[in-house]
Write a protein that binds this ligand. Structure first.
Ligand SMILES: *[C@@H]1O[C@H](CO)[C@@H](O)[C@H](O)[C@H]1NC(C)=O
Ligand SMILES: *[C@@H]1O[C@H](CO)[C@@H](O)[C@H](O)[C@H]1NC(C)=O
Ligand SMILES: *[C@@H]1O[C@H](CO)[C@@H](O)[C@H](O)[C@H]1NC(C)=O
Ligand SMILES: *[C@@H]1O[C@H](CO)[C@@H](O)[C@H](O)[C@H]1NC(C)=O
Ligand SMILES: *[C@@H]1O[C@H](CO)[C@@H](O)[C@H](O)[C@H]1NC(C)=O
Length: 411
């Protein structure tokens, strides 16, 4: 009686269940080979003996090992279902069910569900219930899904989300609640999923986040709130989000960004404020965002470049197209900028020095700036690769442009 432990390594690397199975296998083997290796407490020496006895060749060791493995699985009643078995009932209900038997993805989009199904398989890592008619998330709606990492509930009309709705989702990383008709943030429920990294609340009817706080969501990296009815930055909600990297407040009703609107957000590198009604971003309003790399304020009503951007030393990309900016002055932008888009602004002038000596600037978009009749000096912009200045009112292109920007590929 012998067996080769060929799968030992992969099993250890794999899932806990497999580790367990291997242990069980050892257990079984130990009984069987009792004549060869006495069952004494597993010290280093006995393990070695056990291993030796397990390696004595037989007629067909692999086949034998496999049979034994299967027997152990059955005997101990943890023979997992196959993917097909897990998926069967779901596929007949119109869902797509994919993955492996340990990690199942279930997509039940637009199949007319009016509640979260009760018998969801515990192997789920991703669940998509979007475009259904779910209106209510009672307490413990997902408590059989300890491994779930991604929960998509978009495009349901969620009228009620109870405080313990997400109870038991111990590994949830992403939750999508966009387009759910939410008039307020289901804060009580959300603040209990402390593992969440990505939270999507965009395209709802959230007008007020006065009393909302996400304090405790220490891992949250991405927060999407675009397409709501916010009239001011939800300052309270943002306090303590020390992992936050990307914040989208686009397409709301913001009119000004003031000092103290943004708490310290040490890791925020992307801020999207496009499509609001911003007329002003006051001086210093963004100073707490010391790591900001990307700022998007497209399609607002800003009449000038926000004051103080030059102090955001990490800033690499600014997009301020579709505003009412008329003048660009020296010192408006940080010198490390890589990309600057100012399309469709009523620019009448770019002051000397405003766009000079930006050694990393690769992209400059000045399309559709109809009032501009002179290209600004770009000396010291040696990295410039893309310069767009179509539909402006230029009468000439400076002849030294290719000398100052030798990498220019597209004009
Ligand atoms: C949702 O319910 C409405 C009526 O209540 C129905 O017209 C619609 O077809 C349902 N949606 C789905 C995806 O079944
Ligand atoms: C949901 O759970 C909360 C907190 O345990 C409890 O206060 C509330 O009554 C529960 N709601 C329902 C409908 O069971
Ligand atoms: C916020 O909380 C305060 C104090 O509890 C309350 O007076 C106020 O109405 C709340 N605001 C909203 C929008 O719920
Ligand atoms: C920076 O954040 C702190 C709290 O995190 C706040 O007290 C302060 O007013 C903020 N400063 C600015 C300029 O927004
Ligand atoms: C374009 O420039 C010419 C002079 O160079 C000026 O007469 C004309 O008004 C300008 N057009 C616009 C739309 O600014």
């Amino acid at each position: 009686m012998a067996i080769r432990i060929i799968n030992h390594q992969t099993a250890v690397k794999g899932h806990v269940v497999l580790v367990l199975l291997v242990l069980l296998l050892f257990q079984t083997c130990r009984h069987r080979v009792a004549g060869l290796a006495p069952t004494v407490p597993a010290t280093g020496q006995t393990k070695l003996m056990l291993k030796e006895s397990l390696l004595i060749p037989s007629m067909d060791p692999e086949k034998e090992a496999k049979a034994m493995y299967e027997k152990a699985l059955q005997q101990y009643g943890i023979y997992g279902k196959t993917l097909k078995e897990i998926c069967k009932t779901w596929v007949t209900r119109g869902c797509q069910c994919t993955g492996t038997k340990e990690e199942v993805t279930l997509v039940c989009r637009g199949i007319g569900l009016d509640a979260v199904p009760a018998d969801l398989p515990s192997e789920l890592v991703k669940l998509d219930l979007s475009n259904n008619n779910i209106t209510n998330l009672p307490n413990k709606s997902f408590d059989t899904l300890p491994n779930l990492e991604e929960l998509i509930l978009s495009h349901n009309k969620l009228d009620q989300i109870y405080s313990e709705a997400f109870f038991g989702l111990a590994n949830l990383k992403k939750i999508a609640l966009q387009n759910c008709g939410l008039a307020s943030v289901p804060m009580e429920a959300l603040k209990r999923v402390r593992t969440v990294i990505s939270l999507q609340l965009d395209n709802n009817l959230i007008a007020d986040m006065e009393n909302v706080t996400f304090r405790g969501l220490h891992l949250l990296k991405s927060l999407r709130l675009e397409g709501n009815l916010l009239q001011r930055v939800p300052t309270e909600a943002l306090i303590g989000l020390r992992s936050l990297e990307a914040l989208n407040l686009g397409n709301n009703l913001l009119t000004v960004i003031k000092e103290r609107d943004f708490p310290v957000l040490d890791n925020l590198y992307m801020l999207i404020l496009r499509r609001n009604q911003l007329t002003e971003i006051t001086s210093g309003a963004l100073t707490n965002l010391t790591r900001l790399k990307v700022l998007d304020v497209d399609d607002n009503s800003l009449s000038s470049v926000p004051v103080g951007l030059e102090n955001l030393m990490m800033l690499q990309e600014i997009s301020a197209s579709g505003n009412r900016i008329r003048w660009i002055s020296k010192g408006d932008f940080p010198k490390n900028l890589v990309s600057l888009e100012l399309k469709s602004n009523p620019l009448v002038g770019i002051k000397p020095g405003a766009l000079q000596n930006m050694p990393r600037l690769r992209k400059l978009i000045l399309s559709d700036v109809r009032g501009l009749n002179e290209l600004p000096p770009l000396d010291g912009c040696a990295s410039l690769e893309v310069l767009r200045i179509d539909r402006a009112n230029l009468s000439k292109i400076p002849d030294h442009i290719c000398k100052t920007s030798p990498r220019l590929k597209s004009l």
